[in-house]
Write a protein that binds this ligand. Structure first.
Ligand code: SF4
Ligand code: SF4
Length: 343
């Protein structure tokens, strides 16, 4: 597969990377076979995270016989403080069976509060800088779901690579963040090119993101057949067309009044409901083991039952989503899934 330069890191990565969330659902042997198969297809860029339970470990098992310099490996830690961040990094290296990662990302810097802690003395950024000096990390990176905040962080010049959601529905990054990455010569990893498993037209989704030459999408892959299809779309090099645009416009029209962009402009909710987490729970269910999603999400889903239908959130949602009704439908879906998995 074609390789592209990941901004000023100078790393040459496959045109599409591999996202390590869904392999959590697989057995160790299945995961190893998927990861090895993906590498055989020409993908050299693997992205995982401390937060993805045993994903780092499964990737480590799969790559143990592969020359380290043939791979570009990225992982992440959500820890805002230096001490925990360094612990996560050491665990990451142990699980992956390597002395260094090419990128280590401060994971999900999506609120001003988190950004402030990360950059404060004793924060994660201090740990990242130290890890680079120690040779455990080659290049500093961060990920976020909050595009305006990410743009501010990109402008600090502290990072070589940024990872943001980017697909034809969650396309806010196209306006400023992607051109800015190009201008700053930062690598740009496009998170969720298939909208976290909810956009099913792979050719159109991939051709949409590949129009942006500095974007490297890293779709989460659970089956080797999924990556085979993606690689064939990439290798076909068919440009994004007016027919593709028409398909996208129709899909956006269809999804527009129920697609949550996780921007959190609807907050605060007087009942403390994590609106975006509830509205996007289906994406987690598609990518992660049920038990793990349950542990992460059940309290928030139960809390959503306390919605007063006051409508405050709807006034703030730029996409005019009918939030109380959507919450009800997600709660119903959740109850059904919980009942199916009971026992
Ligand atoms: S409508 Fe429900 S979710 Fe929205 S702000 Fe009111 S209580 Fe919160
Ligand atoms: S409900 Fe609307 S405002 Fe809230 S996170 Fe989703 S898209 Fe953003």
């Amino acid at each position: 597969m074609e390789k592209v330069r990941l901004g000023k890191t100078g790393l040459m990565v496959s045109r599409v990377g591999f996202g390590g969330i869904p392999i959590q659902r697989l057995s160790k042997a299945e995961a190893a076979s998927v990861v090895k198969g993906v590498i055989d297809l020409g993908v050299n860029f693997l992205d995982t995270a401390n937060a993805y339970s045993d994903s780092e470990e499964k990737i480590g098992e799969a790559i143990k016989d592969i020359k380290r310099e043939n791979l570009v490996i990225a992982s992440k830690s959500t820890a805002p403080d230096k001490k925990t961040f360094m612990e996560h990094l050491d665990l990451c290296l142990k699980r992956l069976g390597t002395d260094y990662v090419d990128l280590y990302q401060i994971h999900n810097v999506s609120t001003i509060e988190k950004r402030d802690v990360v950059f404060a003395p004793g924060g994660a950024y201090e740990g990242l800088a130290e890890a680079i000096k120690m040779g455990k990390v080659r290049f500093p990176a961060f990920s976020s779901h909050n595009i305006p905040l990410a743009i501010d962080i990109m402008k600090t010049g502290k990072f070589f690579v940024v990872q943001l959601p980017f697909n034809f529905v969650d396309n806010t990054a196209a306006k400023e963040a992607i051109p800015l990455a190009k201008e700053l010569d930062m690598g740009f990893i496009g998170m969720k090119p298939f909208g976290g498993g909810l956009l099913h037209n792979a050719p159109v989704a991939i051709r949409y993101v590949l129009q942006f030459e500095n974007v490297v999408p890293d779709p989460g892959i659970e089956k080797l057949s999924e990556m085979r299809e993606i690689v064939s779309i990439v290798n076909e090099k068919k440009p994004f067309s007016s027919e593709d645009k028409k398909i996208i416009d129709d899909l956006i029209k269809e999804l527009g009044d129920r697609w949550c962009h996780r921007c959190d402009y609807c907050q605060p909710c007087p009942q403390g409901i994590g609106i975006s987490s509830v509205l996007t729970v289906e994406s987690l269910l598609k990518r992660m083991p049920f038990r793990q999603v349950f542990n992460m999400a059940n309290a928030g889903m139960e809390k959503a039952d306390a919605c007063l239908e006051c409508g405050d959130c709807m006034k703030r949602c730029p996409y005019k989503l009918k939030i109380p009704a959507l919450l009800k439908s997600k709660i119903a879906l959740w109850k059904k899934v919980v009942a199916e998995n009971a026992g």
